[in-house]
Design a binder for this molecule. Structure first.
Ligand SMILES: Cc1cc2nc3c(=O)[nH]c(=O)nc-3n(C[C@H](O)[C@H](O)[C@H](O)COP(=O)(O)O)c2cc1C
Length: 309
């Protein structure tokens, strides 16, 4: 009988080695401590924090979320305690886990704040990477940085100068060509791109004739957006060389596999964490089984393996 080798789930994102490619999407997992009673956090490939800004933010008007067919709308508006409180109160728990910590950072009004945050976090050994959230749709802006290739290039170039850490740029699906923006991020020195952030959406209470969320429109997430995400990952995979972290409606192993086959090197779970907090652990186990069943020693043969039908 041929002895099967144990599948190796390890992947590399820039200079960051992950023991497995399953992470959690920013804003859907708090600062991880909130999930400690549900799963063994040490099993995760990496943890991405809720987006942090320099100053604390209280976020947008409630209600901030509502259910939609096969998904949800949210307009949280980057509520967070600010960088100083994050470092003092949230980071100590994350530091102890021994899982790569990816800190998501943003600014609402001043792109220069990205570099200040990056410089501050650059000094903290246990911060493994930074994710630049230039794609939050809930900040009442006419145009996001991630909606313009030149703005994306300028922002990522500036942050690149401020930090040696692995840089991930989080991109928006609310554009004509996400792949073009991803190329700009790559040229500016981003080590990876994360896609997709939420799709702009709106839901109306027809009895009251009011929007269902306080800031009128919000970001759509969950299985409803999965086919959009898969297409964008496939198009981007064919355009850039740096790794893609894929997300958008992943709920189980089957849906995660679609993202790897389309070209993602790693994946994140988002909305599903609110429904099934064990989804990540189930996907890690499911990936191992799939690799064993298909005689795969590692993920290189799976990533971007899409064929014509
Ligand atoms: C309630 C909620 C809050 C979110 N907050 C953030 C955030 O702070 N920063 C960010 O980059 N993305 C944020 N996102 C977007 C997710 O990280 C992810 O890109 C998106 O939801 C698509 O994945 P999903 O369909 O698996 O949820 C948030 C999403 C939800 C549902």
């Amino acid at each position: 009988m041929v002895k099967q080798t144990k599948p190796d789930l390890g992947v590399r994102i820039g200079k960051l080695d992950l023991k497995n490619p399953v992470m959690v999407a920013s804003g859907t997992f708090g600062y991880a401590e909130e999930f400690k009673d549900f799963i063994d956090l040490k099993k995760l490939g990496a943890i991405v924090t809720k987006t942090i800004t320099i100053k604390p933010r209280t976020g947008n008007l409630p209600p901030r979320t509502c259910e939609t067919p096969a998904g949800m709308l949210n307009s949280i508006g980057l509520e967070n305690p600010g960088i100083d409180k994050f470092i003092k109160e949230k980071l100590p728990f994350l530091k102890k886990l021994g899982v790569p910590v990816i800190v998501s950072i943003s600014s609402v009004d001043d792109p220069g704040e990205f570099s200040i945050l990056a410089g501050q976090l650059d000094k903290i050994r246990e911060v493994s990477a930074l994710e630049l959230n230039i794609s939050c749709p809930n900040l009442h802006k006419d145009k996001l940085i991630a909606q313009d290739a030149e703005d994306t290039f300028a922002l990522v170039s500036a942050v690149r100068k401020a930090t040696q850490k692995c840089l991930i740029t989080k991109l928006s699906p609310n554009v004509t060509s996400l792949a073009e923006i991803a190329l700009a991020a790559e040229r500016a020195g981003s080590d990876a791109v994360a896609l997709i952030n939420t799709l702009g959406g709106m839901s109306i209470d027809v009895e009251k004739r009011t929007p269902k969320i306080g800031s009128w429109s919000g970001g759509l997430s969950g299985p409803a957006i999965r086919p959009v995400a898969v297409k964008m990952i496939w198009e981007t995979y064919n355009k850039i060389k740096i790794p893609i972290i894929g997300m958008g409606g992943i709920i189980d192993t089957q849906s995660a596999l679609e993202f790897f086959i389309a070209g993602a090197t790693a994946i994140s779970t988002g909305t599903v964490n609110f429904v099934n907090p064990r989804a990540t652990i189930e996907i890690i186990r499911g990936l191992k089984d799939y690799m064993a069943d298909n005689n795969m020693r590692d993920l290189s043969g799976l990533i971007g393996s899409l064929k014509a039908c």
